[in-house]
Design a protein around this ligand. Structure first.
Ligand SMILES: [Zn+2]
Length: 489
């Protein structure tokens, strides 16, 4: 067991956890969002971060090391004093600069010692961030270098500073999984999924889903996972559903610099806003017009403050949803506000089997809110359960009422399909479903009928359905008799 991280609640792959940061003397509740601080360009003073709810920040030790003034101040005062922040501080190593500019002049040993010396609580070795879509040869060769650096990092004496073990592998799921397994085998503590910023900048959330879930397959449940560069609140629910525990936001400041205003649905430009669609102090006390007329520095600061408020508000919503067991419904709501987050959700649901392994068996309620609900882990689990159930004789599966002509009769509810009546008060069969069900729901129910029929070749089945579409009935095995009870009404 890794001693610094404990999962305390789970919903699908998402979890609430406690990350102990010994050097800072704090325990951070995850998922957490770390505002990124560029020490050369402070937009909101880190001493104010606790107003927004930040328990941890991230800054770049390479920038500090390369700037003579910052270097001296950091060595003399220490990072916490220099930034005026008494929560936990994570430092990056310059890998991002390596990706941007092609070279940096430091080594893993040097930069880890420097991070330790200036008082960082979580340090990072110099890994190689392979960009998405790199060819396999490059991705594999750079991954081998990253793995050497992680092994080197294990040997550097950094006291009780925690150390990141970045997981690379570009857009190759098998390399990501292998990288994660290797990283998890080291003594290092946290596991950032690296080099996903280009994917997020291009809103390729489906690729983000594939890459993160691949990394998760190689990591144990006690591995805290950081989605490096995930700063847009529109994807926090998705990131949590993928099982990410740490997120970081440079977006709050970078977007504010260009007059961009973050929302949970996407990004607005200040000059297109007539009203502020938000309840935070900035938006309650100002109009877009007023903010637009302000000087550059004041405008930037207020927009950055709003961006932080909306980000931490969404993070709290995500955490509440995990505790309530309805994160998937929040992910669906966010997904239906933007085609790219919808891609992310659909890619996530391609891995429902993986999510199912950590999904609690019982929750409060299942709300069917879109065709995507038909692919949730609960549906996958119910279908698997049907393969183990064995009704006898002549069996009626019905959306209506029972009939004495049969040996037994079961209920049928889309998207789950059939189930014994004794289970009708158990989760998820108590689901709230729309009266106007969509095709995906009927098709999933038909798959449930097929699973049951295939597992019980001796029994005879009749399906009494209410006007299922042909695309669903086509999925029901031919030996199952079907009758449309809606037509008979
Ligand atoms: Zn606001």
């Amino acid at each position: 067991m890794r001693e610094v991280f404990e999962v305390t609640a789970q919903d699908g792959a998402a979890r609430i956890g406690e990350l102990e940061v010994p050097r800072a003397g704090v325990t951070v509740e995850t998922p957490t969002l770390m505002p990124v601080v560029n020490p050369n360009l402070i937009t909101v003073e880190p001493s104010r971060f606790s107003e927004f709810g930040a328990e941890m920040l991230i800054t770049n030790s390479y920038i500090i090391n390369s700037d003579p003034d910052l270097h001296e101040r950091a060595r003399e005062e220490g990072l916490h004093e220099m930034l005026g922040f008494d929560g936990a501080i994570m430092t990056d190593s310059g890998s991002f600069q390596l990706a941007e500019y092609g070279e940096i002049d430091t080594t893993t040993e040097e930069i880890l010692r420097f991070q330790h010396d200036i008082g960082s609580d979580v340090g990072t070795p110099v890994d190689i961030p392979t960009p998405p879509d790199a060819d396999r040869e490059q991705a594999a060769a750079e991954l081998a270098t990253t793995q050497e650096r992680l092994e080197l990092a294990e040997t550097v004496d950094v006291g009780d500073m925690l150390v990141n073990a970045p997981v690379q592998g570009a857009t190759f799921p098998d390399l990501r999984e292998e990288a994660a397994r290797h990283a998890y085998g080291t003594d290092l503590d946290l596991f950032p999924v690296g080099a996903v910023v280009p994917l997020m900048n291009q809103y390729r959330y489906d690729d983000v889903s594939d890459v993160v879930l691949a990394a998760k397959r190689g990591l144990g449940r006690d591995a805290p996972v950081h989605l490096f560069g995930a700063g847009h609140p529109m994807m926090f629910a998705l990131a949590a559903a993928l099982g990410c525990d740490l997120l970081d936001s440079a977006a709050y400041a970078i977007y504010a610099r260009d007059d961009r205003y973050l929302t949970v649905h996407g990004t607005e430009h200040l000059d297109s806003l007539h009203y502020f669609p938000c309840e935070c102090p900035v938006c309650s006390e100002h109009t877009p017009d007023e903010v637009e007329r302000m000087g550059d520095a004041a405008r930037e600061e207020l927009l950055a403050e709003h961006n932080l408020h909306v980000s931490f508000g969404e993070l709290r919503r995500v955490k509440q949803a995990i505790k309530s067991g309805n994160l998937m419904e929040l992910v669906e709501a966010r997904a239906h506000a933007h085609p790219r987050t919808l891609d992310g959700l659909r890619a996530l649901l391609d891995h429902s089997e993986q999510l199912e392994t950590t999904d609690p068996a019982s929750k409060d309620a299942f709300f069917y809110t879109s065709a995507e609900s038909a692919r949730r882990p609960e549906v996958v689990r119910h279908h698997r359960r049907l393969e183990r159930l064995s009704p006898d004789g002549d069996v009626l599966l019905t959306e209506g009422s029972g009939n004495d002509d049969f040996d037994e009769w079961w209920n049928v509810v889309p998207p789950f399909g059939p189930f014994p009546r004794s289970l009708s008060t158990t989760y998820p069969l108590t689901a709230e479903t729309p009266d106007r069900m969509d095709r995906a729901g009927y098709e999933a129910a038909a798959d449930g009928v097929a699973a049951l029929a295939d597992a019980n070749p001796e029994a005879e089945f009749t399906l009494a359905h209410r006007g299922w579409p042909d695309t669903a009935l086509d999925r029901v095995p031919a030996r199952v008799d079907t009758v449309d009870i809606a037509a008979a009404d």
